[in-house]
Design a protein around this ligand. Sequence first.
Ligand SMILES: Cc1cc2nc3c(=O)[nH]c(=O)nc-3n(C[C@H](O)[C@H](O)[C@H](O)COP(=O)(O)OP(=O)(O)OC[C@H]3O[C@@H](n4cnc5c(N)ncnc54)[C@H](O)[C@@H]3O)c2cc1C
Length: 409
Amino acid sequence: MEDAVPASNSGSSGQVVVAGAGYAGLHVALRLTAKLRDRPKMDLTLVDRHDYHQVITELPRVAGGTRAAGAVRVPLQDLLAERVRFAQTEINGFDLAGRRLLTGAGPIGWRRLVLALGSRPNDFAIPGLARRTLSLYSASDAEQVWAAVNVALAAAAAATDPERQRRLATVVVGGGGATGVELAGELAEILPEVASRHGLAPGRPAVQLVEAGPAILAGSSPQLIDEATRILADLGVRVRTNAAIAAATEDGFQLADGQLVEGGVFVWAGGVKAPELVADSGLPTGHNGRVKVDRYLRVLDRPDIYVAGDLASVVDPRTGHVLPPLAQVALEEGETVARNLDAELADRPLEAFTFHDKGFVVSVGTRRGVADIAGITTGGRLAHLLKDAIEWEYRQSVKHLRGWDPIAR
Ligand SMILES: Cc1cc2nc3c(=O)[nH]c(=O)nc-3n(C[C@H](O)[C@H](O)[C@H](O)COP(=O)(O)OP(=O)(O)OC[C@H]3O[C@@H](n4cnc5c(N)ncnc54)[C@H](O)[C@@H]3O)c2cc1C
């Protein structure tokens, strides 16, 4: 692996550039690596602002203090083969006419570009939200949530006024999708023990989950929603549905119906949108700024640029809806992009993308979860084990490619 790509690289005949080393981008890079042996003319460059890959699906555990942040950061140098160039640099824009990425390390030219820059939290322009809340989109974010929870519980323990103590010891999570449910469950399970460590009564901490829609885990089966709601209630999480946040102030979340949700820590997990630099790029974008692609995952009217992962706006022909921003979707799209890049080099026809839904699994706390697989809903310990197994399998697939075990380090 080389550390950096030459700043003035103008795109050699076989230059494939993958922008983003997340689920989609890393998968493309690893899959293409296997093809490099047979393709001496192909150059592969991976670009990311970090020199590690983040296992984002495990962030709720970092935020709840049950997993170290270092365990979800997988160093790229241990994953990438010699012939893959890696450029650790910030991508600042695109020169679409000149086919160059504009980066902090200089322009990087492409013959084929794979855009896999993921997404960022969407505050839906709610006043004060971005400033008042923490987010959960990186290992550093998760560490900050865990630190903030500890600071708030320590302050609560020191407070003499019971009302102030109650407020400080309350964690409020905005957004009742999978991320919000996983975080609320994880914290509810772990906070009593953390409170004791800070000299606070174990029953003092509280977790509230605030959701604008009529139900948590929108779009899931009623059975799955009921089961998740039941487990959250069992953990003592107060779930507020139909609770749209109108503004976030120093006092807390101001709901549209006039109620105020107070707390010591506020985390926003209410949705994602495309990174800003894509919004300004001139690429065709759709809902939430995601880039519109054809059925081969190439940008409309730009056959030299593929998009995969959260950034791609891919309509599922079976439902007519855009696929959700999920790791399993990112991995499948990465697979198709890698296959299509190889097909182009071999003069084979491209493959249209088809999503094969493997099911939906959400952890609710440290021991239980809910799952919808092949139309069957499961709740409890088995679903949590399934979630563990999926994460283990993902790490194994990466380890299998480079013989590296991040957890064992
Ligand atoms: C807390 C949480 C839990 C989740 N749990 C699940 C789950 O259980 N199951 C599931 O299927 N999905 C889950 N998801 C969704 C899943 O994580 C995303 O769908 C997935 O990460 C998308 O992959 P990606 O490759 O598109 O983007 P990412 O994995 O986010 O990767 C994007 C990469 O691009 C890099 N990058 C971005 N901008 C720049 C720039 N300007 N310059 C340089 N580098 C840049 C980033 O550093 C990053 O490495 C979860 C998401 C969150 C936030």
